[in-house]
Design a protein around this ligand. Structure first.
Ligand code: NAD
Length: 444
């Protein structure tokens, strides 16, 4: 594909609307539109028509009907698998188009998005396989009794996705749900609906029966909350921030709806004096700056052992200053713009928060120079005085690394565990005993 593609080319819809029972919903007069921007230019490239409670209810009804009366949950598992394989194949045919839309809407470098798009197609293949091989259980211990467990489709799911990897994460939710015969209403992030909306169309072009996957768009407080609290929803799958996850779980608890949450992190990336420091450096840079730093699994707290800390941080800063910031559509770009203006302001705000807590700015800390437009930020690193600093305890979700220096491996494990999050963790060491101990004792 052409890596220098420009926004505004044909194929970008003027307005993204809901897709219910396989049909795009025509926008009602007087509805609420939100701008969809290209973060590299801050231009509005499309509009999003926000779904109100009535439109959400129509989407739930379509998913309900597809589940209660439609063919999908009743199909032989092989028939569903065939359709999901066709979905995978057609998504691959449209890969360039999806890469373009995703890059246009997120500002994530195009070479990185290609990986997301590959994963999106694989998600449908993978879960089709899992669903066709999963088995029940039989309990035969008690003489005279045969107790068995079978797996049945559960019903209609509300699936809610974030903006940092829209296709990869929305497809993960959708594929896990529908492969097992469930139906759903998907709500992508209001910031990044473009590529996901096209993906949902392609699912239908590949032969998915109408009503199995429905999509509504809009802000969390309007469209999202109407969706999760709708009585026609049987279960909720959510990927997003911890704060939102708490609100969703509370709403789900009230209605006794099962709920799966994938939330934020402030993950420790531990570098010991026994590490191969060049490999650890590559891993640390990738861990915090890939995907424009907007990753749930970012290694955002880099814990370095004192004996190698000076050398490691100096090399990290040197490499960080050489990172190519720029047009996300160019194949050579390593960091693109952040996704939306309020997010850039929030991430930049952490520079002052870090300083107020006594942290030292090692590099970056400003909007990147040389761009007339676009939400560009210099990749940033600070050295925190202690793990209690806010930059060690709060998820920043941008190209913002926080270093901490530790003395012993006991300290590293304790610091890694002193966090309200528990998503992932990394260890760089050539000492196998050290690696095994950290992997056992760090709660991630
Ligand atoms: P967010 O929580 O602000 O929004 C996520 C989604 O929830 C959006 O679609 C939003 O519109 C919706 N939403 C917001 N309030 C809602 C409500 N009250 N009811 C229903 N829906 C609501 O998160 P974000 O800013 O889009 O994404 C970034 C966050 O996601 C980060 O914290 C990141 O770590 C996390 N994340 C986690 C994973 C994972 O797999 N663990 C993956 C990617 C991102």
């Amino acid at each position: 594909m052409n890596d220098a593609i420009q926004p505004g080319r044909p194929g970008v819809p003027e307005r993204v609307t809901s897709l219910i029972a396989g049909e795009r919903v025509a926008p009602k007069p007087g509805g609420h539109d939100l701008p969809v921007i290209y973060p590299a230019t801050e231009q509005t490239v499309s509009l999003l028509r926000e779904a109100d409670a009535d439109e959400v209810a129509a989407a739930v009804l379509a998913a309900r009907d597809a589940f209660d009366r439609g063919p999908w949950p009743r199909m032989h598992v092989d028939e569903r698998k065939d359709i999901l394989y066709r979905v995978r194949d057609l998504l691959r045919v449209h890969a360039d188009e999806l890469v373009h839309l995703e890059c246009l809407n997120t500002g994530i470098p195009v070479h990185h998005i290609r990986g997301h798009v590959t994963r999106m197609a694989r998600n449908f293949e993978f879960f089709a396989e899992v669903a066709s091989t999963v088995s029940g259980e039989a309990y035969t211990q008690a003489k005279g009794y045969l107790t068995y467990v079978t797996r049945e489709p559960r019903g209609v799911a509300a699936l809610i996705a974030p903006w940092n990897a829209p296709l990869a994460l929305a497809s993960m939710r959708v594929a896990t749900c529908i492969s097992f015969g469930n139906t759903c209403v998907l709500k992508p992030s209001e910031y990044t609906p473009l590529a996901v909306a096209r993906m949902v169309e392609i699912l239908h072009e590949a032969g998915l029966p109408p009503g199995v996957v429905n999509m509504v768009n809009g802000r969390g407080a309007v469209t999202g909350s109407a969706l999760v609290s709708h009585p026609g929803i049987d279960m909720i799958g959510f990927t997003g921030g911890t704060h939102t996850g708490r609100a969703i779980m509370a709403a789900a608890g009230h209605d006794l709806k099962p709920c799966i949450l994938e939330l934020g992190g402030k993950s420790a990336n531990i570098v010991t004096e026994h590490a191969d420091l060049e490999r650890a450096l590559d891993g640390a840079l990738l861990g915090i700056y890939a995907n424009n730093g907007q990753q749930c699994l970012a290694g955002s707290r880099i814990l370095v052992q004192r004996s190698v800390s000076e050398q490691f941080m100096a090399r990290f800063v040197e490499r960080t200053r050489r990172i190519r910031i720029g047009d996300p559509m160019q194949a050579t770009t390593e960091i693109g713009p952040l996704c939306f203006a309020a997010h850039l302001e929030r991430v930049l705000g952490y520079v002052e928060i870090a300083k107020a807590d006594g942290a030292q700015l090692l590099t970056g800390g400003r909007r990147a120079s040389g761009f007339e437009h676009g939400l560009y930020m210099e990749p940033t690193a600070v050295l925190a005085p202690a793990n209690s600093a806010r930059v060690c305890q709060e998820e920043i979700f941008g190209p913002f690394a926080t270093f901490l220096v530790y003395d012993t491996i006991d300290d590293a494990i304790r610091i890694a565990n002193e966090s309200p999050f528990g998503l992932v963790s990394y260890i760089w060491s050539q000492d196998l005993g050290e690696v095994m101990r950290v992997s056992r004792e760090v709660r991630a």
